[in-house]
Write a protein that binds this ligand. Structure first.
Ligand SMILES: Cc1cc2nc3c(=O)[nH]c(=O)nc-3n(C[C@H](O)[C@H](O)[C@H](O)COP(=O)(O)O)c2cc1C
Length: 305
């Protein structure tokens, strides 16, 4: 059997295959390591890290919806210091690129986190979360402003040589302008998409099901939205795209790549079937063989309109 080349490169970030694990859905990698061989995955994106530890929002923080889930975790995390001390030693045992996701409530905090973490060898790239819908400060206040996205991209780029990926919000009507802002300031890639703002009510108590009232919708319900956003960016801006949103199987991955994604991230699926990401790698290889492609990167943006 001829081997298919599943590898790809985003700036200096080399991935053995396009399957990455999405931020917030596998903890710091440790939560999924008992189910899959992390060395078989393209990359792991850590839970969002902030400068200081954050408790996140009070419960109820998760609600199941007909085709996905709403979460309002509120960026609960251990903070930079504990991340370096307690989480990095575990991750450094694996031969898989670690992409550190950073969240912050000010531009200075994004810069400071990146500056501190850039000397850690285990971290191969940064994903900057400017799109969390579940916090009062530091979420969509950044992700909804092109000027803020430009400023954050430029300032974090200035303190690191590692690739910078900006994770964009779908809660805008012109996502390609945000991707252009990232490219213009030297950003290496964009991730699209983060969750969509959603809500759910209990019809008997008439109260919101989430304590935070609104949360981020993820899962199959958002896949068509995510595909349209990826396509819009691909058509208008020449920047690598990491596609995210509702991926449930290998066919969804192929769809994202055809729409323009160089790589993808798997999120909600990790909660349903923690074995899936590793299985999908093998299934993608079979698909490429079946259609006679020897480099999976040929799929990226290969749509025919
Ligand atoms: C429980 C949960 C926690 C999440 N936490 C984060 C986070 O800390 N940082 C971040 O950038 N995205 C976070 N996300 C968003 C995911 O990384 C992803 O962008 C989103 O869920 C869409 O992909 P999916 O439909 O495959 O889940 C979280 C998603 C879920 C479901």
């Amino acid at each position: 059997m001829t081997k298919v080349d599943l590898s790809l490169q985003i700036g200096s970030l080399k991935l053995r295959n396009p399957i990455m694990l999405a931020s917030g859905t596998v903890g710091y990698g440790n939560e999924i390591a008992e189910f899959i061989d992390l060395n078989k995955i393209g990359g792991i994106v850590t839970k969002s890290i902030s400068l200081k530890p954050r408790k996140g929002n009070p419960p109820q923080r998760i609600v199941e919806t007909p085709a996905g889930m709403l979460n309002a975790i509120g960026l609960a995390n251990v903070g930079v210091e504990q991340f370096l001390k307690e989480k990095i030693p575990f991750l450094s045992k694996y031969d898989v690129p670690i992409i550190c996701n950073i969240a912050a409530s000010s531009v200075d905090e994004y810069v400071e986190c990146t500056r501190i973490l850039t000397s850690e060898e285990t971290i191969k790239a940064f994903e900057i979360n400017v799109s969390c819908p579940n916090v009062k400060e530091g979420g969509l206040q950044f992700g909804n402003s092109c000027a803020m996205v430009s400023e954050i991209t430029a300032k974090v780029k200035a303190v690191t040589d590692k690739p910078i990926i900006i994770k964009l919000s779908p809660n805008v009507s012109n996502i390609s302008e945000f991707a252009k802002a990232v490219k213009d300031e030297g950003g290496d890639a964009v991730s699209a998409i983060n969750t969509l703002v959603g809500a759910a009510f209990d019809i008997f108590t008439r109260r919101p099901k989430l304590k935070n009232v609104t949360g981020g919708l993820s899962g199959p319900a958002i896949k068509p939205v995510a595909l349209a956003k990826v396509l819009e960016i691909k058509q208008k801006v020449d920047i690598p795209i990491i596609g995210i949103g509702g991926i449930m199987n290998w066919k969804d991955v192929v769809e994202f790549m055809i729409a323009g994604a160089s790589a993808v991230q798997i999120g909600t699926l990790n909660f349903i079937d923690p074995y899936a990401s590793q299985r999908i790698v093998g299934e993608l290889e079979k698909y490429c063989l079946q259609i006679g492609i020897d480099k999976i990167s040929e799929l990226t943006g290969s749509y025919i309109l």
